[in-house]
Design a protein around this ligand. Structure first.
Ligand SMILES: Nc1ncnc2c1ncn2[C@@H]1O[C@H](COP(=O)(O)OP(=O)(O)O)[C@@H](O)[C@H]1O
Ligand SMILES: [Mg+2]
Length: 233
């Protein structure tokens, strides 16, 4: 099968005109690829987590690229013309926003904050506004507003299931693509792209890896999250 592209954590293969395969690798990276390791089985965990969450979004009427699974680490998805923008929704402050702005770690955002970043590791994913996105032909203002509305709906679905698990969704990142003039949620939704904590503040997501915790501890947390998700979803 023809490999179309390979990123830091997934390979993309051509399936037919309308579909591609996303194969989740066991790699884990941070700092725009500056730090990288292998965690055996992580690809399966993230593929399974993503598939389950995409199905929940579809159930709530949000269009995603998810079609089905080819094997335990390979997702069949609609072929999208990806927009190289990372869209982030924040319920609680952590990560880059507390470095960039006078906002304290853990501060709540009501309503949530949505931010756009250019997917450009070499430039460390710079923040974008509507003007930048229009000039760079990434999306127009109308599309950006639509994307913000989808982010809020996705947040409702994800926050609800994560709260059923006794956990808190701090923030998450989505990537969107186009097909037949529609904007569709693509890529993945996993602990690589969400920040999830328990009520005591214990971190369950990729921040464990970013902060240098042992790889087996990072994996155990990904396993625990998927187990708890399966038990409530
Ligand atoms: N439905 C889709 N159709 C086409 N490409 C996709 C789809 N979903 C995700 N992709 C792309 O797959 C590529 C590989 O993923 P990943 O390894 O996460 O890359 P990166 O390191 O650039 O984040 C990314 O460029 C992502 O945008
Ligand atoms: Mg990626």
């Amino acid at each position: 099968m023809e490999k179309i592209s390979e990123g830091k954590t997934k390979e993309v293969f051509s399936l037919d005109n309308e579909h591609v395969l996303l194969r989740f690798k066991d790699s884990v990276t941070a700092g725009d690829g500056a730090k990288a390791d292998i965690i055996d089985g992580k690809g399966i965990l993230n593929a399974q987590t993503s598939a389950l969450l995409f199905r929940l979004l579809e159930r709530d009427g949000i269009e995603t690229h998810y079609v089905g699974m080819k094997d335990e680490r390979t997702m069949i998805v609609k072929r999208l013309a990806m927009i190289p923008v990372e869209v982030v929704l924040r319920n609680y402050a952590t990560g880059s926003i507390v470095k960039r702005l006078p906002i304290k770690e853990g501060e709540a955002f009501n309503p949530p904050i949505v931010e756009f970043f250019l997917k450009d590791d070499a430039r460390h994913d710079p923040l974008l506004n509507y003007h930048h996105m229009r000039h760079l032909k990434l999306m127009n203002e109308e599309e950006a507003r639509l994307v913000e509305e989808v982010m809020v709906r996705v947040n409702q679905t994800l926050s609800k299931v994560i709260s059923k698990m006794g956990l808190i969704l701090y923030d998450f990142k989505l990537e969107f693509g186009r097909v037949n003039g529609r904007l569709v949620v693509g890529d993945e939704i996993s602990l690589d792209s969400m920040r999830v904590r328990d009520p005591t503040g214990r971190i369950l997501d990729k921040d464990l890896y970013r902060k240098g915790y042992p790889l087996d501890q990072v994996k155990a947390s990904y396993v625990e999250f998927l187990d708890r998700l399966r038990s409530v979803a």
